[in-house]
Structure formats: structure tokens, C-alpha cells
Design a protein around this ligand. Structure first.
Ligand SMILES: Nc1ncnc2c1ncn2[C@@H]1O[C@H](COP(=O)(O)OP(=O)(O)OP(=O)(O)O)[C@@H](O)[C@H]1O
Ligand SMILES: Cc1ncc(COP(=O)(O)O)c(N)n1
Length: 278
């Protein structure tokens, strides 16, 4: 039976990030995607021109409609925009028995525009993160959530541990913003103290619009299928690596990643395992 997943995120009219990236990724990985739209963004590869948030009640109603009808195996959150929307989402998760939850703590678009109000950070930390199966911050997002500067490898670990203390079960510290990261390494910290890395090959490209959304959507799809966490993260890494390295080069700014590359270029799938135990 096909697994149903839901993304609670913003719409990207440019199609490379947000709800659109999530649905394309879900489709490619064989799960049935549903949505609760938190905001409409007027956006293309050159940036975000306008943000039009939904009311928290409409976000909650969309979640209700899906969760009372389908047996949703895994939910992911992306752009949540405001504290009120975050509270509405957290309340629905409690009401519907907290399914598996992937939180991509989206804060700032590649073009620099804010996708999360500053007033929402406390609600994200105190109301939503404690419900997470896994959270996937990039380095600037981890700095905000852990309230510290991240410069060294030790800083990455200290910040991850702070997030685990909020009640998150696992943290993927994504490496897309780390300097000299030629293995595109992401580091995963688990609540039981285990850690491992996933790595690939750094791709020199400007076409990275939606990398974080696509990675967390792939992870959501795999978890929904019952794949264990470590293997699910490995597949998500292969999916995003294929999507970046076969970038589409469309638009005039940061082009989108190629969501169908993982399926099309199966040499990537056959690559040796991306997981490195430490
Ligand atoms: N140029 C690149 N080459 C290879 N892998 C990359 C590259 N840029 C990002 N990645 C990988 O893509 C995934 C997403 O990481 P990234 O840090 O870019 O997320 P993000 O900043 O949240 O994305 P977004 O900007 O879309 O929100 C990670 O696995 C990261 O290692
Ligand atoms: C609706 C929405 N959600 C997420 C992102 C982040 O993606 P990026 O950092 O690549 O711009 C975005 N730009 N728009």
C-alpha cells in the first residue's frame, strides 16, 4: 500500500523549493504527497518578491482535512513564517497523536529574504522542535536555534547537542554552508549519543535553490516507507546529490535542483554507500 505523507510549508511559485519541491520529491520516491500551505511566496530563481501568509486557522484546517481522512505516515515542516502558525501546527500534531515528524527549520531564502519572523523562533524551539523525529538545520539555522556562533567542528557538535536537549530525537547538521566542505559532509547526531556522517562530492554550482527542502522531503518519504533513520538519511543524501549534480540550469538566478535525476541517472543510486560511521 502506498504511504501518505504531508508537507506543511510555503508555496514557491518558481517551483524549485517549498511545497513544489516537496511534492516532486515525494512523487519520485513513490509516496503520496499531501499539503498544508502556510504561505504563498511570489518567487523565482532570482528571489522572493512577496510573502502572503495564510491564517493559522486555514493552516490548521488543511491539516485537519488531511489527518482526519488519511493515515499519514510522516509529516515534514518547511517555511512556517509566524509564531501563530507554528502554534497551530503543534496543536494539530498533538491532536493527531504525533506522527513521525521531520522539521526543516527554514529561515532565510537563498536570496536573503526572511521566511520566518524573528518572533517565531521561540515558538519553533519550545513548541515544535520537542515533537520532532529529526531536525535538519543548515549552519546559519543551527546558529540561531542553538544561540551560538558555529565555526569549528566542535561548535557543530555543541550546537547539535543543544538541539537534542530541546527534545529532538536526531539532528542533521547540513554542510551546504560550511567552508571547505569538499565532501559535502552532513553530520548526524542521535539522542542515544551515536553519530555518523553522510557525504558525497561537492558540486561547484549556483543552482542550489531548494536543496534543503528536497533533502528533507526525501528523508520524509523514506521514513514514511518504514526505512530506518540511518538508511533514510543515506537515501536522502543520494537523492539530493543526484539533484544537484544534474542541475537543470533554468532561470536567471539560483536554478532549481533536478528532482528526476535520482530516478533517471541510476549510476548515482549504485554509488557506494554514503554513510560513514564514526
Ligand atoms: N554545492 C553542493 N554540492 C553538493 N552537495 C551540496 C551542495 N550544496 C548543498 N549540498 C547538500 O545539500 C543538502 C542541503 O544542504 P544545505 O546546507 O544547502 O541546505 P539549506 O541551506 O537548508 O538549503 P536551502 O538553501 O534550500 O534552504 C545537504 O546534504 C548538503 O550537504
Ligand atoms: C517557500 C519556500 N520554502 C523554502 C525556501 C528555501 O529554499 P532556498 O534557501 O533554496 O531559497 C524558499 N526559498 N521558499
Amino acid at each position: 500500500m502506498v504511504q501518505v505523507v504531508m508537507t506543511v510549508a510555503g508555496s514557491d511559485s518558481g517551483g524549485g523549493a517549498g511545497i513544489q519541491a516537496d511534492l516532486k520529491t515525494f512523487q519520485e520516491l513513490g509516496v503520496f504527497g499531501t499539503t498544508a500551505v502556510t504561505a504563498i511566496t511570489v518567487q523565482n530563481t532570482k528571489g522572493v518578491r512577496e510573502v502572503c501568509p495564510m491564517t493559522p486557522a486555514v493552516v490548521a484546517d488543511q491539516m485537519d482535512a488531511i489527518l482526519e481522512d488519511f493515515d499519514v505516515a510522516c509529516i515534514k515542516t518547511g517555511m512556517l513564517f509566524s509564531a501563530d502558525i507554528i502554534r497551530a501546527v503543534a496543536q494539530k500534531l498533538h491532536e493527531f497523536n504525533r506522527p513521525l515528524l521531520v522539521i526543516d527549520p527554514v529561515m532565510i531564502a537563498k536570496g536573503g529574504q526572511s521566511l520566518l519572523l524573528e518572533e517565531a523562533i521561540t515558538a519553533l524551539k519550545t513548541e515544535l522542535l520537542p515533537l520532532a523525529t529529526i531536525v535538519t538545520p543548515n549552519i546559519p539555522e543551527a546558529e540561531v536555534l542553538a544561540e551560538m556562533k558555529i565555526e569549528t567542528q566542535e561548535d557543530v557538535e555543541v550546537a547539535a547537542k543543544k538541539l537534542l536537549q530541546l527534545g529532538v530525537k536526531a539532528v542533521v547538521m547540513k554542510g551546504g554552508h560550511r567552508k571547505n566542505n569538499e565532501n559535502a559532509e552532513d553530520i548526524v547526531y542521535m539522542e542515544n549519543g551515536e553519530q555518523f556522517t553522510v557525504s558525497a562530492k561537492w558540486v561547484e554550482t549556483k543552482d542550489t535553490h531548494g536543496t534543503g527542502c528536497t533533502f528533507s522531503a526525501a528523508l520524509t518519504a523514506e521514513l514514511a516507507k518504514g526505512v530506518p533513520l540511518q538508511k533514510a538519511i543515506g537515501t536522502a543524501k543520494q537523492f539530493i546529490q543526484a539533484a544537484i549534480s544534474h542541475g537543470l540550469s533554468i532561470g536567471h538566478g539560483h536554478g532549481p535542483t533536478n528532482h528526476f535525476a535520482y530516478r533517471t541517472f541510476n549510476e548515482v543510486k549504485m554509488k557506494e554507500d554514503v554513510i560513514n560511521e564514526s
